[in-house]
Design a protein around this ligand. Structure first.
Ligand code: ADP
Ligand code: MG
Length: 227
């Protein structure tokens, strides 16, 4: 599903260049539930942004679903993102003046699905995550854990093959964090590949495979047998 070979990435700020990814090799098969774990500044978000075709890389190769992702136009990148990928962020990124149903239905709006149909589908996805009674709530009327469940429903409503989640539990208490991880696990069991970035050991433990990133290099890959 995902194949990365020899990927390097530097950031230029003024005269300075910061070498962030220093030769990443990574294979992720369809249906895997993996975490990318490392301390702050190790390059996790940089790697996830490349996987999400949100940023370019300087050297190496990235294949997503057998397509080489390289120097892609924004239009083409957007098409691959919409067709293949779903995103979940630490800060939820919900639209504050739209209710839960409208937030979840948004990707379908862009696909031209009629309002009645997309709202019905959105409610179905909310119900799946225990939020059937919160469809009319605005984001500020939801707890952090509920907001993240809305965001996950929005990410999967367009049936992506891969979910990319950057610190999805970073703004949540322990109980809500585990609920969110349980939901990601459930989605994974339905066949969606899940990649979770985290700096928390207990969160990484809940995935099947932990990719340990340190200073822009993969230092270890650990398989969690107990899950
Ligand atoms: P992590 O997600 O593991 O905390 P990041 O991938 O966000 O790490 O960042 C890795 C390094 O790259 C950090 O030193 C960060 O300050 C730097 N960095 C990240 N994004 C940019 C950017 N757009 N421009 C310049 N430097 C950046
Ligand atoms: Mg980060």
């Amino acid at each position: 599903m995902i194949s990365i070979k020899g990927v390097h990435k530097s950031y230029q700020t003024g005269q300075n260049s910061l070498h962030v990814l220093k030769g990443i090799d990574l294979e992720i098969q369809q249906g895997e539930f993996v975490s990318i774990m490392g301390s702050s500044g190790s390059g996790k978000s940089t790697l996830l942004n490349i996987l999400g075709i949100l940023d370019n890389y300087d050297a190496g190769e990235y294949h997503l679903d057998n397509t080489l992702i390289q120097n892609m136009s924004e239009k083409k990148a957007a098409r691959y993102r919409n067709d293949t990928l779903g995103f979940v962020f630490q800060s939820f990124n919900l639209i504050s003046f739209k209710n839960a149903i409208e937030n979840v239905a948004l990707p379908l709006y862009y696909q031209g699905v009629k309002r009645k149909k997309r709202n019905a589908m959105a409610l179905e996805y909310l119900a799946k995550f225990g939020l059937q009674d919160h469809g009319e709530h605005l984001p500020n009327q939801l707890s952090g854990g509920q907001k993240q469940r809305v965001a996950i429903a929005r990410a999967i409503i367009s049936k992506p093959k891969v979910i990319l989640a950057d610190e999805p539990t970073g703004a949540l208490d322990t109980t809500s964090s585990y609920e969110v991880m349980e939901i990601l696990k459930k989605i994974n069991q339905e066949g969606i590949t899940i990649i979770v970035v985290t700096h928390e050991h207990d969160i990484a433990e809940m995935t099947d495979k932990v990719i340990k990133l340190r200073d822009g290099i993969i230092e270890d890959i650990v398989i969690n047998k107990k899950n």
